[in-house]
Design a protein. Sequence first.
Length: 547
Amino acid sequence: MRSDAIKKGIARAPARAMFKAMGLTDNDLDRPLVGVANTWTELTPCNVHLHELGKSVKEGIRAAGGTPFEFNTIAVSDGISMGTSGMRASLVSREAVADTIELVVRGHLLDGVVAISGCDKTIPGTVMALARLDLPSLMIYGGSIYPGRYQDKDVTIQDVFEAVGACAAGVITEQDLRDLEDVACPGAGACGGQFTANTMSTAMTVLGISPMGVNDIPALDSRKKGVAFYSGEIVMQLIEQGITARQIITRTALENAIASVAATAGSTNAVLHLLAIAREASVDLSIDDFDGISAATPVIADLKPAGRFTAPDVDRAGGLRLLIKRLLDGGFLKDQPTVSGKTLAEEAEEAEETAGQEVIRSLEMPIKSRGGIAILHGSLAPEGCVVKLAGHERTHHSGPARVFDSEELAFAAVQNGDIEAGDVIIIRYEGPKGGPGMREMLAVTAALMGQGLGDSVALVTDGRFSGATHGFMVGHVAPEAAKGGPIALVRDGDTVTLDVDARTLDVEEDMGPRRSEWRPPEPRYVKGALAKYARLVSSASEGAVTS
């Protein structure tokens, strides 16, 4: 065992003494030592229940002959920090999650790992660590929140964000907004639509690094503890068989994961996160791979923010097994091994579709013939950018630029009624380096939807979007403004054209004469984690990784 180097032999007596101070016996130390990397925190409903889930994982490890050690890492709540300077910490936290798990596991020479994730960045952060470590390991997701009920319909946090814009426009009252916020999030679990957390949960199941039938169970469902126990047993099987993370995270498995994002009209954040996971697994994957796979994959899941249903509805309809079976039958996925010991196809054969369900469509009746993401290039985005196609029918927009050097300035303009139909809102200096941290623009995009402008404007940013965003929105513009990308040179009134069919994002004006006038702005942070991140981070087109 890998852990023998830290616990076996005469020279390791001091280490054994310290283990025994925690109540361990010689018998415990003769077993494989397995880390349970938890992202439990009391600062977000997405992760607040994970401490109990960790107990079940440890019970499964013990029952299967291992000795578990639970340790914690961090989590930053996207939903709570959204629209504030706190959101700059969100993407940075992904790197911190990966780094801290790596350090604990390497520092104690553990034999395997079960990672428990919840809020958005903890999912890719945990899997990035597993890919780096390349040990027998898996990730489980704490599960989705149930939807709230307001005026006889299901609601999610997306509805609250959009209601902020509606309130500013006088469409609803402040009391209406308060009534909605009181019921939108009824308990623990990650945001319920096919936003970033559930998009990545789906992708990690299809990737094979999460056991089938675990991630799609809602957070507070009584079945969750049982599948957590089962996950503890699985990691012991992986240790026994010597199956490591990089044997699961292959190029084909990542292509499958991309197809699942496309088929569910998932979050554009998946582009960043799957690129980052690929880099950690030493798999060659580029931003343009997302375009080809998405173009060839139909949208068959009717999920919020563009659709009608939430993640718990997927579970009731037949779960991710049903989605995977559909995609395998259509040739949109390739059969691959998973951590459970079964292949995707073997797992999908166990799918049971609920009669009359409308959540996961048949291949003969897709919601859209192509997936929900496209990659554009052009004079405004030489390294590429990401456009979300779900939630609107437009493929072309040309209009005058309205330029803002921060999210706050753009949000104020929207709330003040300064944005007009036809405008192209440019939000810059919010990229990985410039933010730093590449904030999500949900506050702005939701306010636009709430004010009825979602179908008549476009938004272009070197920042990113929440999975709850819908409308004609282009993010991840690279190179970013802080690195002198063309987006830094755009001025109010310039004509900006988005053409999805041509895969282009262009500005008509000649940027050349403006280049000599541009000076990089002073960094927002000169000390601490955010400053260090800004110095190290790569382009969004490469996953915004720091390694």
